[in-house]
Write a protein that binds this ligand. Structure first.
Ligand code: KG4
Ligand code: ZN
Length: 333
């Protein structure tokens, strides 16, 4: 059973063909160069770039694969960007008489550690339940992944997502967009030193929600008042404040849920410092943590969407009425 999957939720035009958990082809056209000079994603430019590239990306992903179903990210994401993928998926489904499968973008990130490459590696069985975390430019979310396609959101960011906060800090430091990789590099150069101890938001609250806008504001005022501070130490201290908050909240989530098996997906988990902090944490709780096996699976991609769709196809969960695709997607079934 082969599935063509499409994701245009933000600034990557992505298509893949998967068979079960195996990726047969995967194409990602990143728009970073288009948005870079504006310091963030510009919706109208994203829409146009998706429109210009989508046919090419899909053709390249399809190659000679004969497919059985078409899957598409329904949301959440940038509406004008999502629309491009959804429209194309509908067109193709009509033209080739294939059933459509809609996927929530967050589900994709949650399944991303289970995506296998062409040789079938890494092979991992599922051992439910998992405590799943999605940490990206758009989301910081705690989810209990109870069983296939069965989730419960137990915490989320109340304002900025972790990746967004890092991108904004990078912008204040004139480091360009996206900020994550640059900040990681600068922080690594000073061994992840935490010279300034910026505030750790929401740690006192007993819930599992995040809020990063206060940290961003205090960073802004710090920079306004203090010139000539070493940029590497600033970047490193900011990163530590974000990561320390995530790790402490995760510890809280482990204690609350009693689950010590973790899954972490989303663009920010490309960061090796954060991976190490998660490993340290789960070791402390005799647990384990799973990450996407390849870098391209951390950020936005269509392979992860296709893998979710394959579980939906097995259970015959298809889009019955195309109007469903115009609504905000439900996360759980
Ligand atoms: O998952 P993603 O590609 O898109 C969304 O769904 O949002 O995540 C993008 C985010 C950006 O904020 C980017 O700065 C961050 O992931 N990111 C990183 C790293 N690489 C990308 N953050 C920290 N360290 C990195 N190495
Ligand atoms: Zn994403």
């Amino acid at each position: 059973m082969k599935i063509l999957s499409i994701d245009t939720s933000c600034d990557e035009t992505a298509a893949a063909v998967v068979e079960g958990r195996r990726v047969l082809s995967n194409v990602i056209y990143s728009q970073i160069l288009i948005h870079k000079k504006w310091g963030g994603v510009v919706p109208s430019l994203a829409k146009r770039a998706h429109e210009e590239r989508i046919d090419l990306v899909i053709d390249e992903a399809l190659k000679k694969n004969k497919i059985d179903y078409i899957a598409v990210t329904q949301g959440p994401g940038l509406a004008v960007a999502l629309e491009v993928g959804i429209k194309k998926a509908k067109e193709l489904a009509e033209k080739y008489d294939k059933k459509l499968i809609s996927v929530n973008h967050l589900e994709g990130h949650i399944y991303s550690p289970f995506v296998q490459n062409s040789r079938g590696n890494p092979v991992r069985e599922f051992h439910f339940p998992y405590l799943a975390l999605v940490i990206s430019g758009g989301h910081t979310e705690f989810v209990i992944f109870k069983n296939h396609l069965d989730y419960e959101i137990i915490g989320a960011t109340l304002d900025d997502a972790a990746g967004e906060a890092i991108d904004k800090a990078a912008k204040l430091l004139n480091l360009g967009y996206p900020g994550g990789p640059v900040i990681e590099k600068l922080a690594g150069d000073v061994k992840n030193i935490d010279s300034y101890r910026f505030p750790r938001p929401m740690l006192k609250s007993n819930d599992l929600n995040f809020s990063f806008s206060g940290l961003k504001t205090s960073f802004y005022y710090f920079l306004k008042k203090n010139h000539n501070e070493p940029i590497k130490e600033l970047a490193s201290s900011f990163q530590e404040a974000v990561f320390d908050t995530i790790i402490k909240k995760t510890e809280k989530a482990i204690k609350k849920s009693g689950i010590n098996r973790l899954i972490v997906g989303g663009g920010v988990i490309a960061n090796l410092r954060l991976r190490q902090l998660f490993r340290n944490l789960t070791n402390q709780y005799q647990g384990e943590v799973l990450f996407p096996a390849y870098k391209y699976l951390s950020g936005d991609n269509a392979a992860m969407i296709g893998v979710v769709a394959s579980y939906k196809a097995e259970r015959k969960i298809f889009v019955e009425n195309e109007e469903e695709l115009d609504r905000i997607p439900r996360f759980s079934l």
